[in-house]
Design a protein around this ligand. Sequence first.
Ligand SMILES: *[C@@H]1O[C@H](CO)[C@@H](O)[C@H](O)[C@H]1NC(C)=O
Ligand SMILES: *[C@@H]1O[C@H](CO)[C@@H](O)[C@H](O)[C@H]1NC(C)=O
Ligand SMILES: *[C@@H]1O[C@H](CO)[C@@H](O)[C@H](O)[C@H]1NC(C)=O
Length: 179
Amino acid sequence: MAMWISQRLFCLFFLHAILIVSTQSSASTSQKNINLIRQKCRRTNDFNLCVASLESDPQSLKTDVKGLARISLQQVLVKANQTLLIVGKLFNQTHDRIEYEFLGTCIEEYNKAVSIELPGAIIALDSKDYGESKQGAANVTDDANLCEQQWASGSPVTNQNHAVRDLSMVAFGIISILG
Ligand SMILES: *[C@@H]1O[C@H](CO)[C@@H](O)[C@H](O)[C@H]1NC(C)=O
Ligand SMILES: *[C@@H]1O[C@H](CO)[C@@H](O)[C@H](O)[C@H]1NC(C)=O
Ligand SMILES: *[C@@H]1O[C@H](CO)[C@@H](O)[C@H](O)[C@H]1NC(C)=O
C-alpha cells in the first residue's frame, strides 16, 4: 500500500515537473525571440519601428533572422499595396492635370513595387540571394521617395509614402544582417 502511494506520488510529482519544464521552455522561447528581435532591430536604422512592426506579427516570436526578414518584406508589401489602392482612387477622382500626372507616376512606381520588386525580394531571400533581396527593398524605398518628391510641398499620400519608405528601410536593414 505504502509502495503504491509513493509510486502514485512520484508519478504526480513527475507530471508536475514535466508541466513546469514545458511551460518554462515555451516562455523562454518567446523571450529568446523578443531578445532576437531587439538585438537584430538595433542593427537597422529605425529600432522603434522595427520592433513595433515585427512584434505586431506573432510569427516573429517563433522564427529566425531570415524569417524576420521575410515578415518585414511582407509588411512592406501590404503597405505598398494599400498605398497603390489609395493612389489609384485619387487618380480616378482628380480633375487637376498636374496631380493626374504625378499620381500616374506613383501608380507606376507602386505597381512595380507590388508586382515585381517585393515578390522578387521575397523569392531572392528564400533562395539566399541576399544582395538581390536587399536591392529589391532599396528600390522600393526609392519608389516611395520618387512618388513623394514630385510635390514641392507634400503629396496627398505623404503618410503612406513615408510608411513604405521607413518599412522598406527596416526590411533592408534586416536582410543586410544575413549578407
Ligand atoms: C492587394 O490589395 C488587393 C485589393 O486592393 C487585395 O486583393 C490583395 O490581396 C492585396 N495583396 C496583398 C499582397 O496584400
Ligand atoms: C480607377 O478607375 C478604373 C477605370 O474605371 C478602374 O478599373 C479602377 O479599378 C479604378 N481604381 C481604383 C483604385 O478605384
Ligand atoms: C532595382 O532598380 C534598378 C534601377 O532601376 C534596376 O536596374 C534593378 O533591376 C532593380 N532591382 C530589383 C531587385 O528590383
